[in-house]
Design a protein around this ligand. Sequence first.
Ligand code: GUN
Length: 298
Amino acid sequence: MTAELILGKEVSQEIYGELEARIAALKEKGVTPGLGVVLVGEDPASQTYVRMKGKKCEELGMRSETVILPESTTQSELLAKVDELNNNPGIHGFLIQLPLPDHIDEQAVINAIDPSKDVDCFHPSNVGRMLIGDPDFMPATPAGVQQMLIRSGIETEGKHVVVVGRSNIVGKPMAAMMMQKAKGADSTVTVVHSRTKDIASYTREADILIVAIGKAGFITEDMVKKGAVVMDVGTNHIPDSSKKSGTRLVGDVDFEKVKEKASAITPVPGGVGPMTICMLMVNTVHAAEMADKKRCNQ
Ligand code: GUN
């Protein structure tokens, strides 16, 4: 049996179709949703992500403002920029592309973002609201994985979800989301990570295996239960001399082997990848809608 492929490109198109109507409704009221993106330094992967975010805004008829700051930017200079964006009424949501240079305290910068503009959902107040089931925003990548499950008709209620990885960006929020009393959740969740003993003994029990550990090909066929749903959040660039760039993008799952055992799987590239920007756009439109509602109520 070869697994059904769950493709982020297809799922995101469906969501963008729904967003277009919401953007048009805002524009009729004279509001163009605006996203700010701040990049510090010259990390090539971050530069690519930032470019893609700006391009997607343009495609959707949204406003985007990209702020590029040198690697030498100080923490107080960056905090001043955050303050400026917090107070810019044309920017409904913004994010600071991570990672930041080592001399900047990442959490201090995140803490300075106005939670009502925190479209990454990284501010502790938004993380807490998501945890208690009263969110304004959902973190983009885990929300993207959840939308792929919902829109592919994959039942999650009562299923055993095993999350591999415990990062603040993916693993932790993913686990918190899947345990909520909510649509596309209501699961029994196990989290495994780099210090877990015998990871395979847990992953083999997963009905839905969500992998975000950042190691190419980490999940092998013997670690997956027959018929499991496998969501691969990994983005690893491995050497490949046949490519012009000299590298190739692979996930955390041994796709070729695991697809013969799983019932559904996301490839890399083309799987979860396109969902992150899509859910960021959803959050930005939501931020604009919230700001508009607040303005109308004043
Ligand atoms: N770096 C890697 N993923 C992300 C993300 O989702 N948001 C931001 N701001 N930086 C990232």
